[in-house]
Write a protein that binds this ligand. Structure first.
Ligand code: ATP
Ligand code: MG
Ligand code: FE
Length: 336
């Protein structure tokens, strides 16, 4: 079956089309340029941009895949979590396409979709697998027995998400929003061991994270150094502190639950140092690592289509046409 997925939880209008585990199209329109000057995503601006971009993005995804509307067998959409108004545009559009085409609708969880997307690149997910989900709004360790049915949260951040920390530290360093990719780039010119920034909660025996102390330590350091600060050394040392904790806890989780496959997903999974250190530590621990290519880590429509495709294959019941957009959908809800 061919599934069209729609993603509008934040600033990206993403439309993906998959057949089984094969990616046929992945089209994205972003309103980031309109938000950058505000230093963050402005919800109302995002909703309006989704409205403008929705139909053209669906059309261009179909064109890219060389398909017609009549070829689509099911529609999947991010039903939450995310910005309420932004989600609403995608959910309303998905319902309209579902009714108009006479095909089933699957409302899915954005975070589970960040996990499911990897199958488009590396084939069916190992079951169970451990997932480290690190994005702009979330940082969690998830035990995934079956991504269509059950995702268990083992730990999550007690304050800032990893991506949020990247974005806030970038702002302190005078780098543009969103800061993750800029810190990644600046860090390549710096030394990760230049400044011993704190590793929050690293050996506290839980699988939770904390990044706000680190963020504050970076801000204090930058303030103290003034004009003589080395942006690249701060970026590299901050990044090292984040990825050190993320990879250590991910491997602790694998060990504790006897899981041999680790998957990393979400926007921060695009980080080059996280990818390298995770590979190094997984190799040492005998754990297989899967990380999708960077373009599939940040928000996209393909991830939604991927999870929808799994639901179709698993024979899951389609969503009712009155499903709401749920801005605070818990990770334990895979589909609605
Ligand atoms: P959520 O998935 O929790 O709802 P979101 O959808 O806004 O949040 P994503 O698009 O998955 O988040 O990820 C965006 C985040 O990823 C931003 O915080 C951004 O700075 C970060 N990010 C993107 N690329 C990189 C990178 N190379 N290094 C570090 N962080 C990155
Ligand atoms: Mg985004
Ligand atoms: Fe996301």
């Amino acid at each position: 079956p061919i599934v069209l997925g729609i993603e509008t939880s934040c600033d990206e209008t993403g439309v993906g089309i998959v057949r089984g585990h094969t990616l046929l199209a992945d089209t994205i329109a972003s309103s980031m340029d309109e938000h950058a000057r505000f230093g963050g995503v402005v919800p109302e601006v995002a909703s309006r941009a989704h409205l403008d971009a929705m139909a053209p993005t669906v059309d261009s995804a179909l064109a890219k895949a060389g398909l017609k509307f009549s070829d689509i067998d099911a529609i999947a959409v991010t039903a939450g979590p995310g910005l309420a108004g932004a989600l609403l545009v995608g959910v309303a559009a998905a319902k309209a396409y579902s009714v108009g085409l006479g095909v089933p609708l699957y409302g899915v969880n954005h975070l589970a979709a960040h996990v499911a997307v990897d199958q488009l690149e590396h084939g069916p997910l190992p079951e169970p697998c451990m997932a480290l989900l690190v994005s702009g709004g979330h940082s969690s360790l998830l035990l995934v027995p079956d991504v269509t049915r059950e995702v268990i949260s083992l730990g999550s951040t007690v304050d800032d998400a990893a991506g949020e920390a990247f974005d806030k530290v970038a702002r302190v360093l005078g780098l543009p929003f969103p800061g993750g990719p800029h810190i990644d780039r600046a860090a390549r010119e710096g030394r990760g061991d230049a400044i011993p920034f704190p590793r929050g909660k690293v050996d506290d025996g839980t699988l939770d994270f904390s990044f706000s102390g680190l963020k504050t330590a970076v801000a204090r350091y930058v303030e103290k150094q003034g004009d003589s600060v080395s942006v690249s050394d701060v970026a590299a040392s901050f990044q090292e502190a984040v990825v050190d904790v993320l990879t250590r806890k991910a491997l602790q989780a694998c060990r504790a639950h006897g899981v041999e496959d680790l998957l990393i997903g979400g926007g921060v999974a695009a980080n080059s140092r996280l990818r390298a250190l995770a590979q190094e530590r997984c190799d040492a621990a005998g754990v297989r690592l899967r990380v999708p290519r960077p373009g599939l880590c940040t928000d996209n429509g393909a991830m939604v289509a991927a999870l929808g495709s799994n639901l179709v294959a698993a024979g899951a019941a389609p969503s009712l046409l009155d499903i709401p957009a749920d801005s605070s959908m818990p990770i334990t809800t895979v589909s609605v």
